[in-house]
Ligand binder design. Sequence first.
Ligand code: SAM
Length: 157
Amino acid sequence: MKILLLVVGKTTENYFAQAINEYHCRLKHYISFEMEVIPELKNTKNLTFDQQKEKEADLILKYLQPGDYTVLLDERGKDYTSMQFADYIEKKMHFVPKKLIFIVGGPYGFSESIYKIANEKISLSKMTFSHQMIRLIFIEQLYRAMSILNNEPYHHE
Ligand SMILES: C[S@@+](CC[C@H](N)C(=O)[O-])C[C@H]1O[C@@H](n2cnc3c(N)ncnc32)[C@H](O)[C@@H]1O
């Protein structure tokens, strides 16, 4: 199984990009993982938030193939402890044949059309993070999950 993190807009802050890169490199040791960046929308001044979300949805849908298992990162999704998330990833490894895709929404979240097609929603906290910051939090949790599954001394419980 491959894991893809789909995000809207390039990581603009260098300190996030560096940390994301660090965990990305560490993850390669354990699993096939990629982060794909959907280019940010241009000329959005005259668009409502809903119109922007719909346009982002059209771009997101282009990355999805039949058979992919899609999980939205969403503050209103199901929450897990790090141990439970490790267990979740292990189960998905047995159950998802090709690609497990986690999707981060744009600055205004997801459109209804994306909620409709997603298989599930996961929350990384009840609080809301920026669409730039959540990618780092997710990738660190994925690395933590892989270290738990491989009995590495990274997570202490
Ligand atoms: C700034 S938030 C969007 C906030 C809000 N839902 C809205 O509609 O304006 C941008 C994206 O970051 C991700 N995100 C932010 N906080 C999160 C959390 N606690 N758990 C999971 N994903 C989160 C989600 O993918 C969200 O769509």
